[in-house]
Write a protein that binds this ligand. Structure first.
Ligand code: PLP
Length: 395
């Protein structure tokens, strides 16, 4: 039995889906969180890429409070100001698109797949297959588990899964060429795979994807649930590849800590969407939209430059870890970074936590860093110093 009293309570009341850390968080502000004992930590993974602008950002908090004074929810039968403003501001980040709001990344991706299939039906496509990739993670609904890397299938206990997804090796141009066939309607990917361990789509791979889409009249669906909202220094990571996807999905960082998902589609897809085909009760909630509007206003091009600069510093600082024997590879794209280890990473995460730094481990051996956007150079260097102590201790 665990020594941690919260685990005992959890086992009594919860369906045990999460392996939580033995931390009871009572307060958060900016780059910091505090636990019940008053100990302060730097949150170097930003609440899993949700609190990119920092915890309880004063502008986000003020917008939420102001909106909470007016109304919390009225349903999608009505117009509300935050809903209209957030849609205008968000679609402004990708000219020519229209938006559907939901509550999460998985829902944003479900909508993307539905809209892609709708487009396929309306354009008399023969098949309904969507190509996805090894190492991908698109969410936890049945269809998104089917779309994601089959490693996410929990040994098939949740089968049967929806069909219509064909898996291909990430960053493998030859495998991609082989996978495209007469039934293919779309290619869906994360430009930088998050849960898969910060795997960066190579430029030739992305170029080949675009070429295949053009040649075979396929839709390009970009899952930017983790890489979007300026995490890589541009509002969408795809901008840095110079490409234009047909559908883009967002969630995590969109509303600065509140749940909000978004599916953006270009005119070619959007023109087929009519009332009754899709919907959501909570999607576009006025409070979430008010928060998102502030986040969007905060993420200017100037701040993008700043984020890219911070990303370069992070990349440089992390490169010095290559000399530790436990390190297999270091990967960095903007403020998405990882140190892949030869062995398990849990001890590193724990040691960092003891020293006041919150990081996470994905795929068992990949230490992942998703720092807050506006972390100062001094604070960033402090995080790296803590991480160095951890590596000294464990190597
Ligand atoms: C987290 C994540 C999702 C799922 O988002 P939820 O809000 O947990 O449903 C989908 N795609 C990517 C790339 C993600 O990182």
């Amino acid at each position: 039995m665990s020594k941690n009293p919260y685990v005992k309570t959890e086992l009594k009341y919860f369906l045990h889906t999460f392996k939580r850390w033995p931390l009871f968080i009572t307060k958060a502000k900016g780059i910091y969180v505090w636990d019940k004992t008053g100990k302060k930590y730097i949150d170097f993974f930003s609440g899993l890429a949700v609190c990119g602008v920092g915890h309880v950002h004063p502008r986000v908090k003020a917008a939420i409070q102001k909106q909470a004074d007016r109304l919390l929810h009225v349903s999608n039968y009505f117009y509300t100001q935050p809903l209209m403003d957030a849609a205008k501001e968000l679609t402004g980040r990708y000219q020519g698109t229209k938006v559907f709001f939901s509550n999460s990344g998985a829902e944003a991706n479900e909508a993307a797949v539905k809209f892609a299939r709708l487009w396929a039906a309306k354009t008399n496509k023969k098949g309904r297959e969507i190509i996805t990739f090894s190492g991908s993670f698109h969410g936890r609904t049945l269809a998104m588990v089917a779309a994601s890397d089959p490693k996410n299938r929990s040994n098939g206990v949740f089968a049967p899964y929806p069909t219509g997804f064909r898996h291909c090796r990430f960053n493998d141009l030859i495998d991609l060429r082989k996978a495209v066939n007469s039934k293919t309607i779309a290619i869906m990917l994360e430009p930088i795979q998050g849960e898969g361990g910060i795997n960066i789509a190579s430029r030739p791979f992305m170029k080949e994807i675009v070429a295949q889409c053009r040649k075979n009249n396929l839709l390009l669906i970009m899952d930017e649930v983790q890489s979007g909202i300026a995490r890589t220094g541009t509002f969408f990571a795809f901008e840095q590849y110079g490409i234009k996807p047909d559908i883009v999905t967002l969630a995590k960082g969109l509303a600065g800590g509140l749940p909000l998902g978004a599916t953006l589609a270009t005119a070619k897809v959007a023109k087929h969407v009519v009332p009754g085909l899709h919907g959501s009760t909570f999607g576009g909630n006025p409070v979430s939209c008010a928060a998102a509007l502030e986040v969007l206003k905060m993420l200017t091009a100037k701040n993008g430059v700043l984020i890219r600069q911070t990303g370069r510093i992070l990349n440089e600082e992390l490169s010095s870890f290559a000399s530790y024997p436990s390190v297999k590879e270091i990967r960095c794209f903007g403020l998405m970074a990882a140190i892949e280890l030869h062995g398990p990473g849990d001890a590193y995460v724990e040691a960092a936590r003891r020293k006041g730094l919150i990081i996470n481990c994905t795929r068992g051996n990949v230490l992942r860093f998703l720092p807050p956007y506006f972390i100062s150079k001094r604070e960033l260097v402090k995080c790296i110093q803590i991480l160095k102590l951890v590596f000294e201790e464990l190597n």
